[in-house]
Design a protein around this ligand. Sequence first.
Ligand SMILES: C[S@@+](CC[C@H](N)C(=O)[O-])C[C@H]1O[C@@H](n2cnc3c(N)ncnc32)[C@H](O)[C@@H]1O
Length: 271
Amino acid sequence: MEKEPKPFVKWAGGKRQLINTLFNNIPSSFSNYHEPFVGGGALYFKLWSEGMIKKAYLNDYNPDLIGAYKVIKRNPLDLIDELKSKKYTNDSEAYYQMRKTEPEDRIERAARFMYMNRTAFNGLYRVNSKGKFNVPFGRYTNPKICNEENILLVSEALRKATLTLGDFSVVSKKARKGDFVYFDPPYHPLSKTSFTSYTDADFSEKDQRRLSELFSTLDDKNVNVMLSNSCSPLIMDLYSNYEPRKVMARRSINCKANKRGAVAEIIAFNY
Ligand SMILES: C[S@@+](CC[C@H](N)C(=O)[O-])C[C@H]1O[C@@H](n2cnc3c(N)ncnc32)[C@H](O)[C@@H]1O
């Protein structure tokens, strides 16, 4: 069997645990695919591997993430060369040195991002109030800093994808009748202390409401829409018209080790 591309970043909220459940619930056929909160893109790579992608629109709010997607799409060999250089070794001195840098060159920026994602504690993406990456060194044995084969597979898988940086609302202009939109937003916290921050701007209750309005608007336009989220009372209420289903997922990125268990999440769809 041919090798399949997989997410090139470890990402909070990554969907690899839930991938079969999501895949079993996609619409039976669709035209273009849209993922406005792409993150690691687990469902996209699965759909691509199954030959189901005609054209895709992938978007996220995180500039380093989208920058890395674009470099992998257009310059995979330059990126591989860069990642093989000595600057990207797994030791704390190299790590803290790299953390201080702010490369302007897009290839170096993408390499730094991928390196930090593999070597930082928990692979967390967290910036301080000045927008600086502030995660400590992770002390992993042998992290795969340059997965050459996967970078090439991902590059190929992105051929049919348009990548954009910005707010999820961009999908309202692009999605047409018969398309498929998968929303995987930052989850609404079950409690005030849950981890939900991916970028310097948090995703608030207002954003969750804005998203559920967009879900209904797309539904009215006969776009196929699927959403995953936490099963908090707010989310159950916002999507009550669509009979959200509970599904179990194992969570690996959580700041509290004892909270890394199976948690109930929901998926909702309109078809
Ligand atoms: C739950 S993660 C997506 C996980 C992804 N499905 C995966 O498999 O890895 C949510 C993503 O939403 C992005 N995000 C946060 N606020 C956003 C906004 N207003 N518009 C678009 N993306 C946003 C974050 O940067 C993060 O990558």
